[in-house]
Design a protein around this ligand. Structure first.
Ligand code: GMT
Length: 375
């Protein structure tokens, strides 16, 4: 198939899922064209089946706001026509589903059919999409998509609750390429952060409010009172400064490493003992799955789609949002002794296999065929 993929190219779950999906499809022989405003961060590999088309938004003194949807729509029309794409898969409804609808209309006026698959990822529904400024356009464009998928049952429920949707929503969970976590050379990495006998905890996110990074620090600080440990804070975003300040106030700066948007995520996870994800809301929690793929147990909040990912008591534990005492208690249960930690680590890795790329990719391919058949 010749497939167009639209996504956010930056760090963030939806862009990662879209890019890994595109790469896997290309490996299976499909021709995949990414259309977005900059090269997706995970699209560094070369494949003869992978293409990238950059959307440029020309500025003009009249524009207080650059019309990205318009430029994206025009680019879609151009690429789809010229490359003879058969299908468009857009990730994150805002504004991609809307641009896809417009492109479909324009192409339709010249007799070109374009099936559109929209994947809902989370904040496009739970935080941003239901804002009245966007809601009518989001509702409309979801309903106009030929196929709609969501990354968890929880997100599907939220979508049906917040929007007037009369389209079937297929749930296809996030997935992971387990091969990325095998045979890694991690020589010296753990020693760089933790001494012998110290536990290594980790958190990865875009440090937005929804991630509750302050709770990560609180949980870690409680763990520190019982066990020698270090914390890796991976990623960057608006809440980083506040989290750094929190560490200073608690006097634990020497125990916490802020590593920013490093690309060595798999290696850092591979040397970690425990992952903390106390989010306010999380439609799936790809970061938790990445941790498990590296054999790292997870302590998370029990919000949104996380209960579909984190098998509490087996691969880690969940606690209600904000319950940092409970989370710390759970963390100490996992870190109780070497044998317990090993059991949780093995279970985490085993559970990640349920979300392997091999298991999930055929589901998308089947949906594409369905979309093509109905076009
Ligand atoms: O977590 C974020 O803020 C990034 C966001 C995104 O759209 O890139 O992630 C969402 O999509 C991911 C991939 O489907 C999910 O794994 C995340 O749970 C979801 N984030 C939230 O719901 C907050």
């Amino acid at each position: 198939m010749r497939i167009g993929i639209v996504c956010y190219p930056t760090y963030g779950g939806s862009g990662v899922v879209a890019t890994e999906l595109g790469k896997a499809l290309a490996e299976k022989g499909h021709e995949v064209h990414f259309i977005t405003y900059s090269q997706p961060v995970r699209l560094e590999t070369y494949s003869e089946n992978l293409f990238y088309h950059e959307v440029h938004v020309p500025d003009y003194p009249l524009f207080d706001f650059l019309p990205y949807e318009l430029a994206l729509t025009s680019k879609l029309v151009d690429v789809i026509r010229f490359e003879e794409l058969e299908l468009l898969h857009v990730h994150y409804a805002i504004p991609h589903a809307y641009a896809a609808f417009m492109a479909k209309q324009i192409l339709g006026s010249t007799g070109i059919k374009l099936p559109v698959v929209t994947t809902l990822h989370g904040t496009d529904i739970t935080l941003v999409g239901k804002n009245p400024s966007y809601k009518p356009a989001v509702t409309f464009s979801i309903n106009q998509s030929d196929i709609v998928t969501s990354v968890s049952e929880s997100l599907k429920r939220d979508t049906l609750e917040f929007f007037d949707i009369h389209k079937e929503i297929e749930v296809i969970p996030n997935f992971i390429d387990l091969s990325l976590y095998r045979g890694l050379d991690t020589t010296g990495i753990r020693q760089r952060f933790a001494k012998d006998g110290e536990y290594l905890l980790a958190h990865i996110s875009n440090f937005r409010k929804v991630k509750r990074v302050g709770d990560v620090i609180k949980v870690f600080n409680r763990v520190l009172k019982e066990k020698p440990a270090k914390l890796l804070m991976i990623g960057d975003g608006p809440e980083r400064e506040a989290a750094e300040k929190q560490c200073r106030e608690l006097g634990i700066c020497d125990q916490v490493f802020y590593l920013g948007k490093t690309k060595a995520v798999e290696k850092l996870l591979a040397v970690s003992d425990l992952f903390i994800l106390p989010s306010e809301t999380e439609s799936f929690g790809l970061a938790a799955l990445e941790a498990m793929a590296a054999g790292v147990p997870v302590i998370s909040s029990n919000t949104g789609g996380l209960p579909e990912v984190v098998e509490s008591g087996k691969v880690g534990f969940m606690a209600p949002v904000g319950e940092v005492d409970q989370m710390a208690k759970h963390a100490l249960t996992v870190l109780k002794d070497d044998e317990t930690l090993r059991r949780f680590k093995n279970a985490a890795y085993g559970h990640a296999e349920n979300f392997s790329m091999d298991a999930i990719l055929p589901k998308y391919e089947a949906l594409y065929l369905k979309a093509l058949a109905h076009a």
